[in-house]
Design a protein around this ligand. Structure first.
Ligand code: BES
Ligand code: ZN
Ligand code: ZN
Length: 494
C-alpha cells in the first residue's frame, strides 16, 4: 500500500475514489460541501434520500457523480462533530478504505482540507492498518479478487507538515504489521529459530538482540521452558531484546515478557483436532512484545526497555514430557506437570525469572495467549488483565482505553492459590476447571519476586476470525503493540 500526502486540490480521475467526511445532524465538512457544489447538489440529495445520517461507521458510496472527476465518491460518517478527533479520523479513513478497496478503483483520495496535521496523519495510519492482508502464500488468487486499491492519497492543506506528523505514527503502524505477520505465519515457517532470526533483524532499528539456545538455557536451569520444547525437533530459543533510549543507558529498565509457543499441539495431552490450526497464533504474546519493542525503537522512546521472548514448540513425541513429570524451574521451585497443554505458564515461569534476575526491572508485564478460559470469561474483544499492583493496573487500563486495545481487570483471590499446590512438587501446572484463567495467573505470580507485575491473557484478542473493526482485518490483530507503546509514552518516558 502506497500512502502519500498531496495538496488539497490534487486532481482525482476516472480510476479514483474520493472520500470526504460528514458529521451527524447534517454537519458537512469543507470537502463535503465542495463535492456537493461540484456535483450540483447530488451529495446532499443522496444523503436526504436515504438512511445515511453521518454516524460513525456509516458510508455512502456514490458512483459516477456528474461534474466530479472521479469514479466514485465515498461519504464517510464521523459521528457528532464535537467528539471528532484523530482517533475518529483513523476509524473513518479505515471505513472509507474498506468501502472501496475492492470496487475496481486503484486510488483512494481522502480529502481533508482544514484538518490539523495530527488528524491527517491518523487518517493515513488508519488506512495502513485497514489495508493489512496476509496473502503471501496465495499464488492463484485472480486479480479481480484482490483489493483493487493500491494507492491512497491524503489531500491536505500542507502535505509536508502532514507527512512529518505521519512519520511518528508510521513506525507504530510498521510495528503492528510486524506483529500481525508473525502471528499469521504458519508454524512450519515460523519455528523458534526463525522467530529469533526475524527479531534479530530488528537490530537495524537500534535494538540490541541476543538469542540463547538450549545449551545456555540448560546452564541457567530453565527446566520448565526446556521441558515444553523437549518433544520438538526444533530448538527452543530465548530472545532478549533491549532498547536503551533513556538518558542514562544503565537506568533501571521496564520489562515485557512474551509467550512464544510457535505451535501448541497440547503435547502428550494432545488437543482435539477441531480448530487446532489456530494454535499457530500461540506466539501472540511474543509477537506483541516484539512489536512493542519495534515501536519504541522506531520513535526513539526515552526509556530503557527489555523484551524477553520464550520461543518454543509444544509437540508430542517419544521424547516429549509426560503428564506427571516433575520439572525444576530456574527459580528452584519444582512443578508437577499435570497437563502438558498448560505449557504457556511453564514458558513464562522461566522467562520471568530470568528477566528479574538479570535486569531487576521497575516492573514486568507478560503477554500470553494463555487460556481458553479467558475467551469464555471476556469474549473476543477484551484482554484479561491480572496484576499485583493497582498503579500499574490503572496505568494499563488508561493506556488500553487510549489505544483501543481494551483490557478488563480480573481478580486474583489469594484463596485460589492453594488450588495449584501439589503433593509431589512445589506446585502443579493446572488447577480445577473453573476459573482457569485465574489459576493460570496465580501460577505465574509464584514466579514474581516482589515487584510490580501485570499479566495480560490475550488468548481472547490475538486472533479475530470475524472482525468488524475496520482497522483490524480478520485474522491477526497485533493486540498489545499499541497498548504497550501508549503505556510507555503516557507513563514511563523522560
Ligand atoms: N494456547 C492455549 C490457550 C489458547 C486457547 C490460546 C485458545 C488461544 C486460543 C494454552 O496453552 C492451553 O492449551 N491452555 C489450556 C489450559 C488447560 C489445560 C488448563 C486451556 O485453556 O484449555
Ligand atoms: Zn496449551
Ligand atoms: Zn498454548
Amino acid at each position: 500500500m502506497k500512502i502519500e500526502f498531496v495538496a488539497q486540490d490534487a486532481p482525482a480521475g476516472k480510476t479514483c475514489a474520493v472520500a470526504v467526511i460528514v458529521f451527524e445532524k447534517g454537519g458537512m465538512s469543507q470537502a463535503a460541501e465542495a463535492l456537493d457544489k461540484a456535483s450540483g447538489g447530488a451529495v446532499k440529495r443522496a444523503i436526504a434520500g436515504g438512511r445515511f445520517a453521518g454516524q460513525m461507521g456509516q458510508v455512502l458510496d456514490l458512483i459516477a457523480l456528474h461534474g466530479v472527476d472521479a469514479a466514485r465518491a465515498v461519504i464517510v460518517g464521523c459521528g457528532v462533530k464535537d467528539d471528532f478527533d484523530a482517533k475518529v479520523m483513523e476509524t473513518a479513513a479505515a471505513h472509507a478504505y474498506q468501502a472501496v478497496k475492492a470496487s475496481g478503483v486503484d486510488t483512494l483520495i481522502v480529502r481533508l482540507p482544514g484538518a490539523p496535521a495530527e488528524v491527517s496523519a491518523r487518517a493515513a495510519f488508519g488506512v495502513r492498518l485497514a489495508a493489512y492482508r496476509f496473502d503471501k502464500y496465495r499464488t492463484t488468487e485472480k486479480p479481480d479478487k484482490k483489493p483493487s486499491v493500491t494507492k491512497v492519497k491524503i489531500a491536505v492543506d500542507d502535505p509536508k507538515v502532514a507527512a512529518k506528523a505521519f512519520k511518528a505514527d508510521s513506525g507504530l503502524a510498521d510495528a503492528i504489521l510486524f506483529a500481525r505477520d508473525l502471528v499469521s505465519e504458519p508454524a512450519n515457517i515460523l519455528y523458534p529459530e526463525e522467530f529469533a532470526r526475524r527479531v534479530k533483524a530488528l537490530t537495524k532499528l537500534g535494538l540490541e538482540v541476543e538469542i540463547l539456545g538450549e545449551k545456555e538455557m540448560k546452564k541457567l536451569g530453565m527446566g520448565a521452558l526446556l521441558g515444553v520444547g523437549q518433544g520438538s525437533v526444533r530448538e527452543t530459543q530465548l530472545a532478549v531484546i533491549q532498547w536503551k533510549g533513556a538518558k542514562d543507558p544503565a537506568a533501571q529498565p521496564i520489562a515485557f515478557v512474551g509467550k512464544g509457543v510457535c505451535f501448541d499441539t497440547g503435547g502428550i495431552s494432545l488437543k482435539s483436532p477441531d480448530g487446532m490450526e489456530e494454535m499457530i497464533t500461540d506466539m501472540g504474546g511474543a509477537a506483541a512484545v516484539s512489536g512493542a519493542m519495534y515501536a519504541l525503537a522506531a520513535r526513539k522512546a526515552k526509556v530503557n526497555a527489555v523484551g524477553i521472548l520464550g520461543l518454543v514448540e509444544n509437540m508430542p513425541d517419544g521424547n516429549a514430557q509426560r503428564p506427571g513429570d516433575v520439572v525444576t524451574t530456574m527459580s528452584g521451585q519444582t512443578v508437577e506437570v499435570i497437563n502438558t497443554d498448560a505449557e504457556g505458564r511453564l514458558v513464562l515461569a522461566d522467562a520471568l525469572w530470568y528477566c528479574q534476575q538479570r535486569f531487576k526491572p521497575k516492573f514486568m508485564i507478560d503477554l500470553a495467549t494463555l487460556t481458553g478460559a479467558i475467551i469464555i470469561s471476556l469474549g473476543k474483544d477484551l484482554g484479561g488483565l491480572f496484576s499485583n499492583d493497582d498503579k500499574l493496573a490503572d496505568n494499563l487500563l488508561a493506556a488500553s482505553r487510549a489505544s483501543g486495545d481494551i483490557l478488563w481487570r480480573m481478580p486474583m483471590p489469594a484463596q485460589y492459590d492453594k488450588n495449584i499446590d501439589s503433593a509431589v512438587a512445589d506446585m502443579k501446572n493446572v488447577g480445577p476447571r473453573y476459573g482457569g484463567s485465574i489459576t493460570a495467573a496465580l501460577f505465574i505470580q509464584r514466579f514474581v519476586n516482589k515487584l510490580p507485575w501485570a499479566h495480560l491473557d490475550i488468548a481472547s484478542t490475538a486472533w479475530k476470525p470475524n472482525s468488524t473493526v475496520p482497522t483490524i482485518p480478520s485474522g491477526a490483530t497485533g493486540f498489545g503493540v499499541r497498548l504497550l507503546d501508549r503505556l510507555v509514552a503516557d507513563c514511563y518516558e523522560g
